[in-house]
Design a protein around this ligand. Structure first.
Ligand code: FAD
Ligand code: NAP
Length: 516
């Protein structure tokens, strides 16, 4: 994020888009844009970008872009979809940029049919001299083998052999069975929603997503059950018929049904969740408890976040938040992770924050849209560690909550777990009491609070994240112990922290930075 000039906040942008000003310069006309035309608009004062086939004039938006003008200019005059997806595919650009829409990209003429491999080979050898032939032949074969392996083998095999679904019925139940043949299938990899006869079941494995999405033939009751046979990777979605009649078919397939694609190519799915409680954590941070609909099966994995979506003065706004637990469990006998119904979010309300101010206005019983989870943290990163060190700045504490619980409850090889928690003042420390209790209860756990703007009577550590502070607190319990260091906080805090850790000799594999 870069600091924006005064008068350039999201709220100011929303106001500008509603002012009736012609932001495209086309007086409301939509045009068809060719690649050549798009490429001409590549300057700050005349900048068009294509996202998913739609072209936007982003010049008026430049000064309002939270990531800065230079980031936007990286895609000037080109198709910015990949860049956009890498940085923030969750941003609801359609709504934010709707007044900047220039038109659609013109459809390219269909490419000539691909010549066969054999024909390619012939042309290829005709073009090379005899000496080059052997060398080139090897490169050529390797290239084709790789292409075949990657595109045909991986996709076909995964899709056709590993993913398929079936369904059967009894008088009262409909069971949809998905055979993933994935050995470590678990409840976090299955997301099911059923609303108004539309069933959506998504299986997520290694960055890919398999979807079953149908408009059911008949009505079902609100409850949905999910059974997982972890060892064989069989997933059952069980629905209760509303009327005990025989179904002739499961239903009509909807968009994306029975497809296996990259997860990032699947749009984010939202369901409406009810706010059931809102409690104070500190002077500016609250714990929001949201209730999932009865017909939703969703477990947010440790270290992953969800997106909340609200309409703010007529424009959709989306922000990421990392679910926590309702409290820090002190007793690790029972897995306390999730009751399957509630999502807890610890959210700092910024006095001039557009999204958090609107969140704070939500009343108990109000609804808010919650997305599927995202994130790249894997529990296996912790499972082989002997020392776990968590560096958190402010609400960067949120991913550490489930992580801490998982580590202490389920990772037997961990010898030490240390949280180094950076805040401005004592009043900003989240769950201080609970953290201190946990440290007393569990000798593996230690917590260190560091304040950047302490009051005079603060006797603890003070300062900002720095090489010297880290070298004092980040240490292996034994010379050669396996360590994982997780870091989360304001972006510069995280970036600087990662750099200091590298300077101190920790490798990339030993560091995990939580980001969007
Ligand atoms: P804005 O209107 O965007 O900004 C208003 C003012 O608030 C700014 O001028 C600035 O002073 C301050 N501000 C806004 N955003 C930030 C920021 N990111 N860092 C520092 N100051 C800021 N927040 C939580 O409270 N709990 C979470 O669990 C959580 N999880 C997150 C997970 C991810 C992956 C990411 C990327 C962010 C997460 N955030 C979390 C931050 C959250 O997404 C929003 O950025 C934050 O709530 C501010 O939104 P806003 O619209 O109210 O503020
Ligand atoms: P904050 O109270 O403003 O700051 C917390 C601590 O970090 C303070 O000690 C502060 O010191 C320090 N800090 C702030 N900016 C710094 C910088 N540029 N360099 C070094 N230290 C810095 O924090 P917050 O308002 O709670 O914000 C928390 C952040 O965490 C947000 O940016 C949020 O987006 C992010 N977050 C990310 C994820 C994720 O990616 N998964 C999850 C949750 C939260 P100073 O006195 O210097 O300000």
């Amino acid at each position: 994020q870069v600091p924006l000039k005064p008068g350039r906040s999201l709220m100011d942008w929303i106001r500008l888009t509603k002012s009736g000003k012609d932001l495209t310069g086309l007086k409301g006309r939509l045009i068809e844009v060719t690649e050549d035309e798009l490429a001409k608009h590549n300057k700050k004062e005349d900048c068009w970008i294509c996202i998913r086939g739609f072209v936007y004039n982003v010049t008026p938006y430049m000064e309002y872009h939270p990531g800065g003008e230079d980031e936007l200019m990286k895609a000037a005059g080109t198709d910015g979809t990949d860049l956009f997806d890498q940085v923030h595919r969750w941003v609801n650009y359609e709504s934010m940029l709707k007044e900047c829409l220039v038109g659609r990209m013109s459809v390219k003429p269909i490419a000539a049919p691909k010549v066969s491999l054999f024909l390619h080979t012939l042309i290829f050898f005709q073009q090379t001299t005899e000496d080059e032939t052997v060398l080139c032949m090897n490169t050529f074969i390797i290239k084709y083998v790789l292409i075949c392996l990657k595109k045909v083998f991986i996709f076909s095999l995964l899709y056709f052999l590993f993913y398929s679904y079936d369904w059967f019925q009894t008088d009262s139940l409909i069971t949809i069975v998905i055979y993933t043949k994935q050995k470590d299938m678990n409840a976090e990899l299955v997301i099911v929603d059923c609303e108004d006869k539309r069933l959506r079941g998504e299986i997520i494995v290694d960055g890919y997503s398999y979807l079953v999405q149908v408009d059911l033939d008949h009505a079902v009751s609100e409850e949905v059950a999910v059974n997982i046979a972890e060892k064989v990777g069989k997933v059952e979605i069980i629905l209760k018929k509303k009327d005990n009649i025989h179904w002739k078919m499961l239903g009509q397939p909807c968009e994306g049904h029975n497809t296996f694609i990259k997860r990032t190519d699947r749009g984010l799915f939202y369901r409406k969740c009810k706010l059931v409680s809102k409690t104070e954590v500190t002077h500016d941070t609250k714990l929001f408890c949201l209730m999932l609909p009865k017909a939703t099966h969703l477990r947010v994995p440790t270290g992953h976040h969800v997106y909340l979506k609200q309409i703010i003065t007529g424009t959709e706004a989306v922000k990421p938040y990392t679910p926590v637990l309702p409290f820090l469990p002190l007793d690790f006998q029972e897995p306390s992770d999730h009751d399957g119904v509630h999502i807890y979010l610890m959210i700092k309300i910024y006095s001039c924050g557009l999204f958090t101010q609107a969140l704070d206005c939500l009343q108990i019983g109000d609804y808010i849209s919650v997305s599927n989870p995202e994130g790249n943290f894997k529990k296996s990163q912790v499972q082989t560690s002997e020392d776990l060190i968590l560096l958190a700045g402010g609400t960067g504490f949120t991913p550490m909550v489930k992580l801490l619980n998982f580590a202490l409850a389920e990772v037997s090889c961990l010898r030490t777990v240390k949280l180094i928690f950076f805040n401005k003042t004592e009043d900003d420390i989240l769950w201080r009491n609970q953290l201190e209790q946990l440290a007393l209860k569990d000798e593996r756990f230690e917590v260190q609070f560091i304040l950047s703007q302490p009051a005079k009577d603060w006797v603890g550590k003070q300062g900002k994240i720095s090489s010297s502070l880290l070298s004092e607190f980040v240490k292996r319990s034994r010379k050669d112990s396996k360590v994982l260091i997780c870091i989360c906080g304001p972006t510069p805090f995280t970036e600087q922290g990662v750099q200091y850790l590298k300077d101190l000799g920790y490798s990339q594999e030993e560091i995990h930075a939580f980001t969007a």
